[in-house]
Design a protein around this ligand. Structure first.
Ligand SMILES: Cc1cc2nc3c(=O)[nH]c(=O)nc-3n(C[C@H](O)[C@H](O)[C@H](O)COP(=O)(O)O)c2cc1C
Length: 387
């Protein structure tokens, strides 16, 4: 690595203050589900797993998806019964407290990714197998689209239940709020909301799963009302100090080519209600961070999110790794030319950089990136499994 490159990398080691959260640098561990929390409770091994990434220099860790306190939040997600963490009871809160303390002891910050699976919940699985799954319009989404879901897990009929009633919607919002309060009790530094990938929040955002014409649907801004209400209520419950991160994606598991917005203006219609509600950072989930978000506009999706909301944004997807998340069957090799990433960051396109699989592959990723040292590769067989 030349001296220039080494100096350039330093731009990612500027601190950042977001409300009361002080980040030592701009490198974030992206949320990655693992399935190592028996009964929903993080163990000491989970604390060690995250501690190692903080020790390795990550400024912020966004945890794996954590189920909110709602009976239909969770199915097994193919990871065996009841191994996905919750924040719903004293044992889970206590388990997370140990994780948080381990990360803080190494100078890192950590936020839980609050998750409700919505129509993606596999019926008959999870902690409450008998409860029906919930979704805004009772539909799974259009069938026959490009997806990576195993055919056996795609329903034969897109109608999977009844549309959520007002009280169902209130229950789901209240579940997010309770879990956010528990997160603060566990000592977390803020909250992240999973608003992408075809799960409950995204089921409201996407016209493919939200056919409502009441307060909760009918236009882009109205489809944003469910997450906006969650954000407002969380903000009211936890106060002004804690940052709220919001992950969104154009793509859905039901439809890789789906979009919430086809132009930057339309993206503004989706995200501005969330910004106004109190989101601090938009996390734009794409497979390759450096692809243009929209035709005719060179900015990546995180860059456009930043521009149309005036909020901070986080880029993710293919940082330090040559294959996107759904190209995982192909050999994933380390990418060590970070010039395009650094150039975009230095130009102010986004504020934070999330690293997913590469940080599973090498817990020391942030330190090694800074020093220009050789980074260990990610191996698919290690997905979430390793320490
Ligand atoms: C094993 C695995 C589990 C994941 N689990 C989640 C999750 O719980 N929540 C989420 O928002 N994204 C999840 N993702 C997506 C990652 O956060 C990230 O956006 C994606 O892997 C692209 O980043 P990368 O190319 O650096 O790996 C997961 C990805 C992988 C590989």
């Amino acid at each position: 690595m030349s001296n220039e490159q080494s100096a350039d990398r330093e731009v990612l080691f500027q601190p950042l203050q977001i409300r009361a959260m002080h980040l030592r640098n701009r490198i974030v561990m992206s949320p990655m589900t693992r399935g190592f929390c028996p009964g929903g409770v993080p163990t000491d091994a989970v604390a060690t797993y995250y501690r190692r990434r903080a020790e390795g220099g990550a400024g912020l860790i966004v945890t794996e998806g954590v189920a909110v306190d709602h009976p239909a939040a969770l199915g097994d997600a193919g990871l065996g019964e009841n191994n996905i963490p919750t924040l719903n009871d004293p044992a889970a809160i206590e388990g997370w407290r140990k994780v948080v303390e381990a990360v803080h002891a190494h100078g890192g910050k950590i936020v839980p990714q609050l998750w409700h699976q919505g129509v993606m919940r596999k019926p008959g699985t999870g902690p409450n197998p008998d409860v029906p799954s919930v979704s805004p319009s009772g539909i799974w989404g259009p069938l026959g689209r490009m997806t990576s879901i195993a055919p056996g897990s795609i329903p034969a009929d897109p109608e999977i239940g009844a549309p959520m009633s007002e009280s169902d919607i209130e229950d789901a919002i209240a579940a997010f709020v309770r879990s956010a309060i528990n997160a603060v009790e566990a000592g977390f530094d803020g909250i992240a909301l999973h608003g992408g990938h075809g799960y409950l929040i995204d089921n409201f955002l996407w016209e493919g799963t939200n056919l409502r014409d009441d307060r909760w649907g009918g236009s882009r801004a109205k489809r944003s009302e469910f997450p906006a209400e969650i954000v407002r209520r969380i903000r009211a419950a936890i106060g002004e100090d804690f940052p709220i991160f919001f992950r969104f994606s154009q793509w859905k598991q039901q439809d890789f080519r789906a979009t919430l917005a086809d132009t930057p203006e339309e993206l503004g219609e989706v995200l501005r209600p969330l910004a106004q509600a109190g989101v601090d950072v938009f996390d734009a989930s794409v497979r390759y961070y450096n692809r243009a978000g929209f035709e005719g506009d060179p900015a990546c999706l995180a860059g456009v999110a930043r521009r149309v909301t005036g909020k901070l944004s986080m880029a993710v997807g293919g940082v330090g790794i040559n294959q996107g998340m759904y190209d995982r069957d192909k050999a994933a090799a380390v990418v060590s030319d970070f010039t395009p990433l650094i150039d975009r960051f230095a130009a102010g396109e986004f504020d934070l950089v999330a690293v997913g699989r590469a940080m599973i592959g090498d817990p020391q990723w942030a330190h090694k990136f800074r020093a220009g040292e050789v980074i260990e590769p990610y191996r698919i067989e290690n997905d979430g499994i390793l320490s």
